[in-house]
Design a protein around this ligand. Structure first.
Ligand SMILES: Cc1ncc(COP(=O)(O)O)c(C=O)c1O
Length: 490
């Protein structure tokens, strides 16, 4: 006698719908790229032909600054001789409003990131496990299963998991186009709203990411104002994910929603909610520090109750309270981080430019939005995915295809540039160069000229069966315990 075999159909009976549905989005090309990296990670000496990870939006350019600060401030940690006296109080603290000093430090930091032009009230900060947790928390507070939020495309693939998966809330696209640099237009907004209404779907709000992941652009005042007018007219919410605010490295300066509503007396603040986290600008995704900052008292109260499911550990709060309240350090950090990001962005995009590869002009973020549409045999999603498979399997770069960001136009790819060192970036550029076949040559022309060669080497874009086979990555690949899929980092 034994138990039935643990296969998918018995699991469907034993487990919940959430446990057995596909809503996490793990089987998308976005996550498949990570799996390819996991199986064959690049290392300069141990695995120089491995996959370079350019699919991870992390700021690893400034960790040295934080390490220096830690050395100078050993009392910030309860795990040092200098800080151990605070151990008992911190270990016992369990108020899920969070340490007041932490919320004050965070409010101050959020103000600084916005050039001091707005004030944040620490009492409106609700904690969660990263922005991932914050997105889910706000979705739970604002919408019921089946309700929808409108979201401009392309958008961060993690939203399908964070905002949608366990809440049952739908995300409906506002289609944006490259012809106006993927800016939201009122026509696109109205049409997404009308389509939802025609389908009898209740629209509860709009979810914006500003600055955008994957575009690396920030929204202009006029567009933000028109979105605010729209949500006020329709009486729906606006959730602004402003995670990348502090990664702005060039003009125009970042303008957040808080700045707009401060000057706009016609806006009902009860409809406005900001999602923030320290994962991006400070490069601390492992600390899992995320917040909802809501202007709605009821959302703050309800969010606090929910936040007990995903609090930030007091040890982390205590440490961050010290670093965030060090005004001199945070000012220097933000300036230096912007300088390093600007430099990295410039070197990377000008390297691409020399090969004839264009990126969307950007001013923020840890990535660029690269246009490889001229390499596509046909402008279809299928061709984009074929090209992406060549890039992953032959060029050995994990970049993320636009399709995984729900981009309506085939041929765009997100390439992260701040999670690798200078040497690795140079190697990545060299690989791209040998892939596209040399500098100063229009890619489309080059592709034609090279087509024969590519046939010979199987590097052609009308891909051979060999590519198809090796590129279809099994969703069941066994992941190492260090996989970012197992952790929540994205
Ligand atoms: C736009 C956006 N929101 C949320 C997240 C999740 O961030 P966190 O690591 O704080 O959970 C990410 C991560 O890449 C992101 O890009």
């Amino acid at each position: 006698m034994g138990f039935p075999v643990n296969n998918q159909s018995t699991n469907h009976q034993l487990l919940s719908k959430i446990a057995t549905n596909d809503g996490h989005g793990e089987n998308s090309s976005y996550f498949d790229g990570w799996k390819a990296y996991e199986r064959d990670p690049f290392h300069p000496t141990r695995n120089p032909n491995g996959v370079i990870q350019m699919g991870l939006a992390e700021n690893q350019l400034c960790h040295d600054l934080i390490q220096e600060w830690i050395k100078k401030n050993p009392e910030a940690s309860i795990c040092t001789a200098e800080g151990v006296n605070e151990f008992k109080a911190i270990a016992n603290f369990q108020d899920y409003h969070g340490l007041p000093s932490f919320r004050q430090g965070l409010a101050k930091f959020m103000e600084k990131v916005r050039g001091g032009r707005v004030r944040f009230n620490p009492d409106r900060i609700v904690m969660s496990g990263g922005a991932t947790g914050a997105q889910e928390l706000i979705a739970f507070c604002l919408a019921d299963p089946g309700d929808a939020f409108l979201i401009p495309t392309p958008y961060y693939p993690g939203f399908d998991r964070d905002f949608r998966w366990r809440t049952g809330v739908q995300l409906l696209p506002i289609h944006c186009k490259s012809t106006n640099k993927f800016k939201i237009t009122i026509d696109a907004l109205e049409s997404a709203y009308d389509d939802a209404r025609k389908a009898n779907i209740k629209v509860k709000g709009i979810l914006l990411t500003n600055p955008s992941n994957p575009l690396g652009t920030s929204m202009d005042r006029e567009t933000l104002e028109s979105v605010i007018t729209f949500i006020n007219t329709k009486r729906i919410h606006l959730v602004c994910d402003e995670l990348f605010a502090g990664t702005t490295f060039a003009n125009p300066k970042f303008i957040g929603v808080s700045e707009i509503i401060q000057d706009n007396k016609n806006c009902d603040p009860n409809l406005i909610h900001i999602v923030y986290s320290l994962s991006k600008v400070l490069g601390l995704p492992g600390f899992r520090v995320g917040v909802v900052y809501s202007y709605n008292d009821q959302v703050v109260a309800c969010g606090r109750k929910m936040s007990s499911f995903g609090l930030v550990s007091t040890q982390t709060q205590h440490f961050l309270a010290s670093i965030l309240s060090d005004d001199e350090f945070t000012t220097k950090f933000l300036a230096e981080s912007a300088r390093r990001l600007a430099k990295r962005h410039q070197v990377f995009t000008s390297g691409l430019d020399k090969m004839g590869i264009r990126c969307l002009e950007s001013n923020a973020g840890l990535f660029c939005w690269m246009d490889l549409s001229s390499l596509l045999k046909e402008k279809t999603r299928e061709e984009e995915i074929k090209l992406w498979r060549v890039i992953i399997n032959e060029v050995k770069l994990n970049v993320s295809p636009g399709t995984s960001f729900h981009c309506g136009e085939p041929g765009w790819f997100r390439v992260c540039f701040a999670n690798i060192d200078d040497e690795t970036m140079e190697i990545a550029l060299r690989r791209i160069k040998s892939f596209v076949g040399g500098s100063n040559i229009n890619i489309a022309v080059r592709v034609q000229a090279k087509k024969k060669n590519w046939h010979a080497t199987s590097l052609r874009l009308s891909l051979s069966k060999r590519f198809e086979d090796m590129a279809i990555l099994s969703p069941h690949i066994v992941m190492s315990p260090h996989s970012p899929l197992i952790h929540t980092t994205t």
